[in-house]
Design a protein around this ligand. Sequence first.
Ligand code: HH2
Length: 301
Amino acid sequence: MPSSSGGPPSAWRVRDRAIPLDRPLIAGILNVTPDSFSDGGRYLAPDAAVDRARALVEDGADLIDVGAESTRPGAEPVPEEEEWARLRPVLERLDDLAVPISVDTTKTTVARRALDLGVAVINVVSGLDPAPGLLELAASEDAGLVLMHMRGTPRTMQEDTTYGDVVAEVRDALAAARDAAAAAGCDAQRVALDPGIGFGKSVEGNLELIARLDEIASLGGPVWIGPSRKAFLGHILGAGPAERTAGTVAACLAARRAGAHVFRVHDPRPVRDAFEVEGAIERRRGMHREAAGSPAGGGSG
Ligand code: HH2
């Protein structure tokens, strides 16, 4: 069984920042693509993308995750120059954004150029099999890194979604990915792990991963999760991507309780509001627990 790297992380280090993890972090999704599964084409024009990034921050995003290659099931890879042509005009105009930017890419050259423009995090959906040089690049730039679990590639990942024990398999694979990052020089405090909701998993597999996320969190380091608008919610609700916001909120709350730290979502506001209300209730619960455990209540004193 892979070893844990200690207690719960207190901060996620991304370049020169240490982002505290004492409250949930929201990564707002910005898809600069023509074909993303829920918002393809809406933010492909740089003006629309920049406006969307600023709106995501206003709505409570703690970082912005910009992607220019769809990873929906069946998606074909985007050539490197095309991916960069989509990203560059947006990243250049977001250099004054108040929050860190993450770039969702599998390509070392795209990551290199994005880091040169000041991006803080590289989000690697191919985290089990990163492109040559990608981990070393993240290490040399002190970048934050997200290593996500996926079986196969977006084109093939839904062909076989059977596992013996999905949580144990994902956990072991993520532990190996984390160890490979460490061997390439990445500081453990910079590496977040992601079970890859919807990437080569059945509906039941996705639910199991969220329900038992504590087993992945026990590896140590920040846990990043992306349930937003995904098909498993549609399966439960019988609803299309635009009607999955409440389902996304429920999945984020459940993942939070099971140990997730960073929530990649299309709509930050309802998720942020739900966390705030849940936090207020939890603080009340804590007060009652404390009162019940006080000396007057028969504490160990
Ligand atoms: N999900 C998507 C894309 N990137 N990255 C991480 N780390 N985790 C995820 O769960 C994740 C991700 C898919 O969502 P979306 O970006 O909305 O769709 P598309 O890939 O079609 O652009």
